[in-house]
Ligand binder design. Sequence first.
Ligand SMILES: [Fe+2]
Length: 228
Amino acid sequence: MNRSQINSIIRDGEMFALEHGFKLPPFAFWTPEDWASKGSECREIAQNGLGWDVTDFGLSDYANKGVLLFTVRNGKLENLKTGKGKIYCEKILICKPNQLVLHHYHKSKTEDIINRGGGTLEIVLHWANKQNQFTDQSITVSCDGTQRTVEAGGVVLLAPGESITLEPYMYHQFRALGSAVLAGEVSTVNDDANDNFFLEAVGRFPTIVEDEMPYRLLMTEYGTFYKP
Ligand SMILES: [Fe+2]
């Protein structure tokens, strides 16, 4: 992706979050120059992978396959192992109409995906087998404390306010229908480097062509400017 495209996606995302009443934390608005002036007191942001995250899954087709994410809070794997401290994660995802978040599942993370406003969020569900393929088993999910069962490949539609709990090995693909959706994600600790299993061989983070200066740093980029 070009840096200019990432900059414009984040600018739009900031506006979209504001329009939907989701106030981002202060570090969402720090520039690369701000990061260069920060000390060790901000280490948690960098170490726990908080902040902006744009992906096109390495397919260079962001309008159809991609998503903008912002990790608001996240713990470490040690927290999960010991059951102490931040054993949780919270993100927002901004899904443009018809833009797919491709089929993937997690082996560790259980996540709630919440439609916090905008259009309808469509979730397609399958169970994963040991070979990372779909099974033909039906899926029972919890949606806002109410169990629902769908066939393999079945669809759950979430209107604003509704949510779904996705358990480990539950493949999910989602997209916004009608208009863009501000989705929330509340989960156990998130490990993007090791706990995303996609149906197809795609990338998780974009390759960036630097055609202008970064407007905001992505959560994978702090080390370039931030040297506490
Ligand atoms: Fe997921």
